[in-house]
Design a binder for this molecule. Sequence first.
Ligand code: BTN
Length: 265
Amino acid sequence: MFFKLINTLQNNIFLTLFVGHSLVKLNEVDSTNTYLKNLLSNSKPLIEGTVIMADYQTAGRGQKNNIWESEKGANLTFSILLRPSFLAINQQFQLNKAISLGISDVLKEILGESSKIKWPNDIYFKDKKIGGILIENTIKGNFLKESIVGIGLNVNQKEFGLHVNRATSLSKILHQDYDLNKLLSQLCSSIESRYLQLKSGKNQLLDKNYLDRLFRLNESHQYEIKSKNFKGIIRGVTSTGRLNIQLSDGGQMFLDLKEVKFIFD
Ligand code: BTN
């Protein structure tokens, strides 16, 4: 497949140690995650922290085989290459936490406390989605090898299709556009900081911060669990990334992504 390349640069603009130093900007691609995956399998040496970003994705991918739609040139859609070979497979949700926190740190600075992390990897403002994360890992033995961290963030898009429920963007919230390059640079540096915390074993700090930012923590809401509706309270997330919901009869459930749906009033 042929992709139009805007530029590829050794980037010295970002105030980071490695994330974004190699930056490839494409004006159109199927999916930045797929593009990065293909680059890796072409056995070209790629430095950790390489970022692939696109103005437009023709086949952007989301969680649970969903499509990620994003208006051309309005938003951020990018993927970062990381090599978290220090993480065992059963600790992989920690990477998820670090990335969610990196994004959340920036949004908290711009939007304040109403920006939250919706388990497992959505970024919300109040009860609307502003961004999503799709992490795809390769594995070596019991450890992770490479992670392709795909991030989609609604920045300057004003209208969302009728089929897109509860979506918002920075510009809809702020009533003014936000500079995409500035935001990318802010995100790269805060994701890098959180990733370095993870690498240096600061798991307690990451766990605490993740819980503090967790959407609906300790609040009573409706959930669809294994096709039935329940009232429950999110009490936390286990080390393997299962959502802990306390039901009204006092029972606890530990659920994976496919087993639970958030119901909105
Ligand atoms: C989700 O909310 O379901 C995750 C969405 C992740 C979208 C990003 S956009 C950049 C990267 N490339 C993709 O194809 N998907 C991710």
